[in-house]
Design a protein around this ligand. Structure first.
Ligand code: BG6
Length: 488
């Protein structure tokens, strides 16, 4: 990191899952690669009472030594844990944050950059930000010629209005350019590669439009249940949990115009394309909910039987919809989006389907044509890019077949693929904002889903049941049929 000033990292919500499973392991990964400043300290803050050693043990259980040799692993972990302290307090109580401020002043001189990571439930975002402000923590670094940044992770509200209200609460304490809204999918290796693929190569951009592409499919599937987060999930559902953020972010990188730089201009282009997307229509949305089934040899309960889920809940665990972009490049190309839990696999994949070759001599009159070219970008698992094309089968005569150019990362690269959080936290420290969501971008993405989300709730639309571990509701196939597509 070029900025060698001391760094104070405050993890608000330090006893929770996000902090333990993602934030601390990412900080350790950065530390073990020498990417944190020489002088840094991580202040954990949360409601639960922990003594420091119990807290450190808990952090340690999730640390892994991916970047250091086995022999120095234990000593690196110990050195990192020595820089981690813990304090309990209430998120809505400025006095608790003043106590934190006092402990920070004891440890460092005041001259340190400050990063506040809010790894807390959404209902206490505003309280925590306000308390940080009232305790004088938010601007102390700035008045000393250092930076102060806040990191906040979705859900940003439940709809456009509540998201705007949250943005206003944050803006009362932190400026927009101090606010880093994380969508961790933007930190994923293959998602970061989307811009490189499109804008650093010549072969894609000329055909990247409605003249050559017939449709695009984005699938986000998990073969998991709501994993102990029933209360959270029931309040949000799969559209708010995944579609409105992770899938829309991927879609905007896939469809935006070429940016003039890799910072603000990326966000400008994303806002433009998001603003060109029509709000989702109810007749182009299918919602489902998983039911009990035996999956991979175990009994899986249905969504309605999950802990902290209302027994008559209509919250979707599956959603499929079609998005339309009203601009010159994309008018007429359907974007089929699907996000679901309780499926038969874990997979995040993008399929770009090209049109048939006009006047193709290998299938005159469009009879017996092989499927046209397709670009497949697999975000996870097994990161990969494939191009499907038509090829002559070697041998006498003219037999043609579909071949595949395969760039599977595990085969092509001998590199460790960093966790998304490592990459994003490093960007926050460096002050690189290109991969974070700006307020107007967030607003534009809520506008696409807010009307239909309200309609689902007002009309109490019943999701179509599907057994856990299967391919989801049949109505989704009917929706895809309308666009002569098949879910892949
Ligand atoms: C989160 C969602 O944003 O992403 C979860 O809230 C989901 O429901 C998770 O399971 C998936 O993340 P990843 O990185 O495992 O694909």
């Amino acid at each position: 990191v070029s900025d060698s000033k001391p760094l104070d990292i405050v993890v608000v919500g330090a006893s929770g899952d996000l902090a333990h499973k993602k934030v601390y392991p990412a900080l350790f990964a950065l530390y073990s690669q020498g990417l944190l400043p020489e002088k840094f300290h991580v202040y954990g803050f949360a409601r639960s009472e922990f003594d420091e050693s119990a807290f450190r043990e808990r952090i340690e259980s999730n640390l892994t030594c991916r970047y250091v040799p086995e022999s120095s692993c234990a000593s690196q972990m110990e050195a990192f844990l020595e820089r981690c302290s813990y304090m309990s307090g209430q998120y809505d109580d400025p006095e608790s944050f003043k106590a934190l401020k006092a402990s920070m002043a004891d440890r460092h001189d005041k001259a340190a950059n400050r990063l506040f990571y809010l790894a807390i439930p959404p209902k206490v975002f505003s309280d925590a930000v306000r308390s940080l402000g009232e305790a004088g923590l938010a601007d102390e670094a700035e008045t000393n010629g250092h930076w102060s940044r806040v990191v906040i992770e979705k859900p940003f509200g439940r709809d456009r209005a509540s998201s705007d209200a949250l943005s206003r609460d944050i803006a009362a304490v932190f400026d927009e350019d101090q606010t880093y809204r994380i969508d961790h999918y933007l930190g994923k290796e293959v998602v970061q590669n989307l811009m490189v693929l499109r804008f650093a190569n010549l072969i894609f951009e000329p055909v990247w439009n409605n003249l050559y592409i017939s449709r695009v499919q984005l699938s986000w599937l998990e073969d998991l249940d709501v994993g102990g987060r029933g209360g959270y999930f029931d309040h949000y559902g799969i559209i708010r949990d995944v579609m409105q953020n992770h899938l829309l972010q991927i879609l905007s990188l896939l469809t935006m115009e070429s940016p003039l730089d890799l910072g603000q201009q990326v966000r400008n282009e994303k806002v433009k394309v998001l603003s060109a997307i029509d709000p989702v229509r109810m007749d182009e949305l299918v919602v489902g909910q998983y039911t009990a089934n035996t999956y991979k040899g175990r009994e899986q309960c249905g969504y309605l039987e999950e802990d902290k889920v209302a027994p008559d809940s209509i919250t979707p665990t599956y959603a499929a919809s079609v998005l339309h972009i009203r601009n010159r490049r994309w008018e007429g190309v359907p974007f089929l989006l699907r996000a679901a839990k309780g499926m038969d696999r874990k997979l995040t994949e993008i399929h770009v389907q090209f049109r048939h070759v006009p006047g193709n001599v290998f299938c005159p009159m469009r009879n017996n044509c092989l499927p046209p070219n397709e670009l497949v970008i697999r975000v996870q698992p097994d990161e990969a890019i494939f191009i499907r094309f038509i090829n002559k089968v070697p041998g006498l005569g003219m037999k043609i077949d579909t071949g595949e150019l395969d760039l599977t990362y595990a085969k092509a690269y001998d590199h460790i693929i960093p966790d998304a959080y490592e990459s994003l936290i490093l960007d926050v420290i460096k002050g690189e904002r290109g991969l974070f969501i700006r307020e107007d971008e967030l607003a534009a993405s809520w506008d696409i889903f807010t009307p239909v989300l309200h309609q689902l709730e007002e009309e109490r639309v019943q999701p179509e049941p599907y057994p856990f571990g299967t391919k989801g509701p049949e109505k989704a196939d009917t929706l895809a049929d309308r666009y002569r597509a098949r879910w892949r």
